[in-house]
Design a protein around this ligand. Structure first.
Ligand code: ADP
Ligand code: MG
Length: 463
């Protein structure tokens, strides 16, 4: 039978190690701010890459015309057509198509992948309504969201640093992504120019800013986590080029790789990291993002099973399978409001093949979800505080009542409501009542798609 005293002790220790009191979150925010400075000072100066995006003009809301976007970052890619109405009219129309990439193309040749993408794009363009056709001599323009690490050389060019997420096409590494796509488009006579190459945080920032001019930063909380924000170009010592007219530059922080002694790491986090594909890297991301939260819960349950006979005298074998408990399932259990926690019982049975759990056992499972989700959400709020500090927006200045909005997107933020609520209330707590009046987080739906089209518009050759 269950050794409840041992269960209590393990839980208590886990809870204590995960604690994120406000004072600690302030230290996290301060450390994030310090790392941001260091990453801007010199190339390789910090774990935060602070990549220069070459986006020095965000959408004003006045953009108009027909633009295309391509969003590639996983096993599916999407093509979009966005019709912008100009001043105060916003997005008048949008259409998209989703295409899945055949697995053999994810590990084949660059030519194979880009030919496939160009062909899908051409097919989508062929469905363009006649009334949308551009005047003679004007090329269609495309914003390309490419969510892999890229060293940009201009707004519309950049070389691939490395593949992630199951892609491995060796002859594309180090090559200009836009050059390869352009070659494939030319081969089939598709008359289109890539006007902007961006990643998903930059797209979300652009999409957010289009809808609300007070947007100053964007945060992705999905499979992974990342953030981008608007920086003053004279606050970027490592920037060697001319200062843009706007005096601003969007920075892709790559904050998932943040690390600090102030982060509350437990034995479970250390084991998860050690067994991951990228040990020692993306430590902040491993505490916060959707790819990992469920697996932290699984690891705690496994310890309880091994050391306190939590699920009986044998350890349920499924509990040893990495990533078997996904964050959406964790979220479903966490939100179970039935008196006997029926949903939790069903999930334990369906996913882990553990049947006949008592209500007392199910309550412990929910408690673990609670600890893991709240720690992640509070640490994300600490990171946002760091960005607000970096741009001097964490406190009210007398005579300045301008607003600062952070655009958030990603499946974790969108669907895990306890995570989202906790993030919002923690940020309020960190800022205090007065500063909270001037700061807001806003869900920016599908920034990475529309945002790329908007950036194509604001970097158009014709506008
Ligand atoms: P990506 O980050 O890969 O571009 P999304 O922004 O759509 O994709 O986020 C997907 C991630 O969001 C999933 O990996 C999952 O971790 C998380 N997620 C999706 N649905 C839920 C949910 N219902 N509850 C909690 N997390 C979810
Ligand atoms: Mg995404």
């Amino acid at each position: 039978s269950v050794k409840w005293a041992r269960v209590k002790a393990i839980l208590k220790e886990f809870e204590e190690k995960c604690e994120t009191p406000i004072a600690k979150l302030r230290q996290v925010g301060d450390a994030m701010n310090v790392e941001m400075h260091a990453g801007l000072a010199s190339e390789g100066g910090s774990k935060l890459k602070m990549l220069i995006s070459y986006v020095d003009n965000l959408p004003t809301g006045d953009e108009e015309g027909l633009f295309y976007a391509l969003d590639l970052g996983g096993t599916n890619f999407r093509v979009l057509r966005v019709h912008l109405g100009g001043k105060d009219k916003g997005v008048i129309g949008q259409e998209f198509a989703e295409v899945s990439i055949p697995p053999h193309l994810m590990t084949g040749s660059a030519e194979g992948l880009f030919d496939f993408i160009a062909a899908a794009l051409a097919k989508f363009v062929a469905s363009e309504p006649v009334e949308y056709h551009l005047p003679d001599g004007r090329q269609r323009e495309l914003g390309f969201t490419f969510s892999f690490p890229v060293r940009q050389t201009s707004i519309s060019s950049g070389s691939l640093i490395r593949w992630t997420k199951g892609f491995n096409i060796q002859d594309a590494v180090g090559e200009d992504v836009v050059g390869q796509l352009t070659k494939s488009m030319e081969k089939i006579g598709l008359d289109m120019r890539v006007a902007a190459l961006v990643n998903d945080t930059i797209g979300t920032l652009a999409g957010g800013k289009f809808h609300n001019q007070d947007v100053i930063a964007a945060v992705i909380l999905g499979t992974g986590t990342n953030a981008a924000y608007v920086e003053r170009s004279d606050a970027i010592p490592k920037w060697q080029g001319l200062h843009p007219k706007s005096g601003e530059m969007v920075i892709n922080t790559e904050w998932g790789n943040f690390g600090s002694t102030h982060l509350p790491l437990t034995e479970y986090d250390q084991a998860l990291d050690a067994e991951s594909l990228n040990p020692g890297e993306q430590i902040y991301e491993k505490l916060i993002s959707g790819m990992y939260l469920g697996d932290i819960v699984r690891r705690v349950l496994l310890k309880l099973a091994e050391e306190a006979d939590f699920f009986g005298d044998t350890v349920p074998p499924k509990l040893r399978v990495p990533f078997i408990l996904r964050t959406p399932d964790m979220s479903t259990m966490h939100h179970d409001t039935s008196p006997d926690l029926k949903v939790v019982g069903n999930k334990l049975k369906d996913i882990l093949e553990i049947s006949n759990t008592s209500v007392k056992t199910r309550k412990v499972v929910v408690e673990i979800c609670d600890i893991v989700a709240y720690r992640g959400a509070r640490l994300a709020a600490g990171g946002i505080l760091g960005i607000l500090k970096k741009v001097g927006r964490d406190a009210v200045k007398t005579g300045d009542n301008s607003k600062s909005v952070v655009a958030l997107d990603g499946g974790l933020f969108e669907h895990y409501s306890k995570f989202r609520t906790c993030l919002e209330s923690t940020l309020h707590e960190l800022l205090g009542d007065e500063a909270s009046e001037t700061v807001a987080v806003e869900h920016s739906n599908d920034g990475s798609g529309i945002g790329a089209a908007l950036l194509a518009a604001s970097h158009s050759e014709y506008l």
